[in-house]
Design a binder for this molecule. Structure first.
Ligand code: ADP
Length: 496
């Protein structure tokens, strides 16, 4: 009987492999960094062959570290940096260009033109997304338009497109399977999330041959097996989800209204909206959470550009703290921020403001404001930003959220989570396992092969580390929020 499930977590900065047991405990972790390539300002690429080689290497390493053989692995699940675009030759497997990473802004001018032509609704109605260089479609079009011979080869059916999940599956099966899952497909700006198929009109619009596209599958299903040569034995490939959706699954947010918040470099709030697609009027995205047993669940997503990175900035640029963890102790040494507010709009403001010309500000400075107050204000800003997204979600859903489940690097900060609970007036819950992204992929995969019986069993596995309950009086909360929103107004519309 296999005892483990293996998760491939192919992220932006590193590839990792985590091996989980049936209880969801981590047995082994291997990780390697990925190189970023910046050919021009604002352009971000990675070597697709390095993504593959690194992912394979960490898988072998994780097995060796815990002395686990392929016989003991029930299945593999994949979770990945979303939207990153790879085009390769279907015969040789050679990429025709570097992977264009989700952060890459090379197509933003083209996207601005589409917005100016009034095409926002056309795309939003079909895909649930806004027009932005972030999503795969314009990156793929860029490759076809700019790599010599690429368009002709694509039209002859010689090239394949995929996000990182598709690329890894294709490599792991030596070209036998060219697939993706609903969650990844829904981030391409080419997938119709109502009809659950690649959208002919969108493909024509960007001039993308349908023969390049992967087949879209459930997020939990036995797709194929790894080629024997990699791990000495075939292992079923049976789960795929984009990183944020995978984290939602790993947090056992299986029911409509369940919500998780990730405090990483940026912040990602996702709410399970069940079988309903919310047509957001306030800059949230509708996306597919996952497909299981032929049934798709949707999610509403709000992204905050700068979350934990605010704390990094205090450490690296300002030298106000010596480690991210120290922010807690320093912020806790004062009762409040003494009227100081910090809006970390370093790269503009995301949901719900969507102001790309906003810039960071610290306001309310008086002679009494100390380093501790500034650190506290910075920490509070993570909570305020999440508050704003939660309130927008509640308004769009027409109902209040329940408890907030949290993960990501900054969720290690107890004071932040206490402030979050106070500001939201809701319980904030940190699970024992905060590796929820990898855990989600393991769960999706293990479900498909019967390693776990059903979602109820996964729900049982989910264990609380700590609950943070609100106990702030309303007057104080209102005052703090009023100050925050006033500060946001000061940050807006700054850069030319
Ligand atoms: P990502 O996956 O986006 O790279 P992580 O989830 O690893 O990010 O989170 C890293 C971020 O969390 C960093 O920006 C760091 O500043 C922040 N962080 C880590 N530990 C703490 C802490 N104890 N308090 C506040 N922020 C923290």
């Amino acid at each position: 009987m296999p005892k483990y499930v293996m998760a491939f977590d192919s992220g932006t900065t590193s590839n990792r492999c985590i091996i989980f047991d049936r209880k969801g405990n981590i047995i082994s972790v291997a990780q390697r960094e990925l190189n970023m390539i910046y050919p021009e300002p604002g352009w971000v690429e990675q070597d697709a062959n390095q993504i593959w080689a690194t992912q394979l290497a960490v898988a072998v390493e994780a097995m060796q570290m815990a002395n686990i053989s392929a016989d003991e692995i029930a299945s593999i699940g994949i979770t990945n940096q979303r939207e990153t675009t790879i085009v390769w030759d279907r015969t040789t497997g050679e990429p025709v260009y570097n992977a264009i990473v989700w952060q890459c802004r090379r197509t933003s001018k083209y996207c601005d033109e589409l917005i100016a032509e009034g095409r926002t609704d056309f795309f939003k109605k079909k895909t649930g997304l806004l027009i932005d260089a972030y999503f795969s479609a314009t990156k793929l079009k860029w490759i076809l338009d700019n790599v010599p011979g690429a368009r002709e080869r694509a039209e002859k059916g010689e090239l394949l497109f995929g996000t990182v999940d598709s690329w890894l599956v294709w490599k792991l099966t030596k070209g036998n399977s060219h697939i993706t899952d609903y969650s990844n497909a829904s981030r391409t700006l080419l997938f119709n999330i109502h009809e659950l198929r690649w959208d002919r009109e969108l493909l024509d619009f960007f001039g993308i041959p349908a023969s390049m596209l992967p087949q879209v599958m459930d997020s939990s299903k036995i797709y194929d097996c790894t080629d024997e040569s990699f791990f000495g034995k075939k292992i079923p490939l049976s789960g795929i989800a984009g990183d944020q959706q995978s984290a939602l699954f790993g947090q056992a947010c299986f029911s409509k209204g369940d919500i998780k918040n990730t405090y990483g470099t940026g912040g990602f709030l996702l709410m399970n909206t069940g079988d309903t697609i919310i047509d957001s009027k306030q800059g949230l995205l509708s996306t597919i959470a996952w497909g299981i047993d032929g049934k798709v669940s949707y999610a509403l997503e709000g992204s905050v550009f700068t979350s934990g990175a605010t704390i990094q900035w205090l450490r690296d640029e300002m030298g106000l703290i010596s480690s991210a963890a120290e922010s807690e102790e320093i912020a806790a040494s004062v009762e409040d921020s003494n009227g100081c507010y910090f809006v970390p709009a370093f790269t503009g403001l995301g949901a719900p403001y969507w102001d790309s010309s906003a810039r960071g500000t610290i306001v309310g400075l008086t002679r009494g404001v100390s380093r501790s107050h500034v650190v506290r204000a910075a920490l509070e800003s993570l909570a305020y930003q999440s508050y704003d997204v939660v309130k927008t979600m509640e308004a769009e859903m027409g109902e209040d959220i329940g408890d907030l489940r949290v993960d990501g690097g900054a969720s290690a900060n107890d004071l932040l989570l206490k402030i979050q609970a106070d500001i939201l007036g809701r319980k904030v819950i940190r699970p024992k396992c905060i590796e929820t992204t990898a855990l989600g992929a393991a769960y999706l995969s293990g479900l498909a092969v019967g390693f776990w019986k059903d979602m109820e069993e996964l729900r049982q596995n989910w264990a609380t580390d700590r609950v943070f309950a609100p106990d702030m009086d309303e007057d104080r909360r209102d005052r703090m929020l009023k100050g925050w929103h006033k500060a946001v107004e000061k940050a807006k519309d700054w850069a030319d």
